[in-house]
Design a protein around this ligand. Structure first.
Ligand SMILES: *[C@@H]1O[C@H](CO)[C@@H](O)[C@H](O)[C@H]1NC(C)=O
Length: 224
């Protein structure tokens, strides 16, 4: 009976779900590297931060018409935390899982899996699956660490120089130690900077050309 055959299949699927459902945040390949990728996004957001005005929550009036509420320094405002976390997971689109052979460190000379920023969004279906995995992982780890991150940020203990250590060693244990973290970090920072530098060099060249043309035009007009 087809129905009879289907039941065990459904049960198997359910059993599979039950087995995989209580997944820890580390249910991803190369978890230290995955965490480092997420932390890298938050690091970028922290680096891009600019000083901001206090958040004014004094908009309300009491029965006597006196303002109440608080003036909160941006540094310790909910708004700051929300804005920092906003794009963290969305920024992971250029990452994919690669096999690399580090030349130094504890796993020198052996194949290891590492999440790397390849500098572009691959259209490859496998890359899309991996991207989704990393994105799901990102949401899980961010949700799990939300309180810790917020507390550390407001206490001024979290900054762009230690965010990976906080997220991947201290708050989660996704990486064993600093060495583990360092070798799991994508060299993407370099890869990302290179094309930018090229662009800057190119646009710089264009600007110089434009600058050279303008006085030439002016000269033409004067001559006319
Ligand atoms: C970042 O935070 C750590 C630990 O709280 C602190 O020692 C370090 O000086 C801070 N770095 C910067 C650049 O603010």
């Amino acid at each position: 009976m087809p129905f009879g055959l289907r039941v065990p299949a459904v049960l198997l699927a359910l059993a599979g779900l039950l087995l995989t459902a209580p997944t820890a945040i580390d249910a991803i390949d190369a978890k230290c590297s995955a965490c480092a990728a997420v932390a890298g996004q938050l690091q970028t957001a922290l680096e891009a931060e600019k000083p901001r005005n206090h958040v004014d929550l004094r908009g309300r009036l009491d029965s006597k018409g006196v303002r109440y509420g608080k003036l909160i320094p941006y540094d310790v405002s909910e708004q700051r935390f929300t804005e920092l976390m906003e794009g963290v997971c969305e920024g992971l689109g250029r990452y994919t899982l690669r096999t690399v052979k580090p030349s130094e460190g504890p796993s020198a000379g052996t194949d290891v899996m590492r999440w790397e920023n390849i500098g572009r969004v691959s259209k490859n279906p496998r890359a899309k699956t991996l991207r989704d995995e990393l994105n799901d992982y990102c949401h899980r780890i961010v949700e799990k660490q939300e309180e810790d991150l917020q507390k550390a940020l407001y206490a001024k203990e979290l900054n762009s120089t230690n965010v990976a250590e906080k997220m991947c060693i201290q708050f989660s244990g996704e990486c064993e130690d600093r060495e583990d973290l360092t070798s799991a970090q994508s060299p993407a920072m370099e890869e990302e900077k290179k094309p930018k530098k090229d662009k800057e060099a190119k646009s710089g060249g264009k600007k110089r050309k434009k600058g050279a043309k303008k006085p030439a035009k002016g000269d033409d007009k004067k001559e006319l």
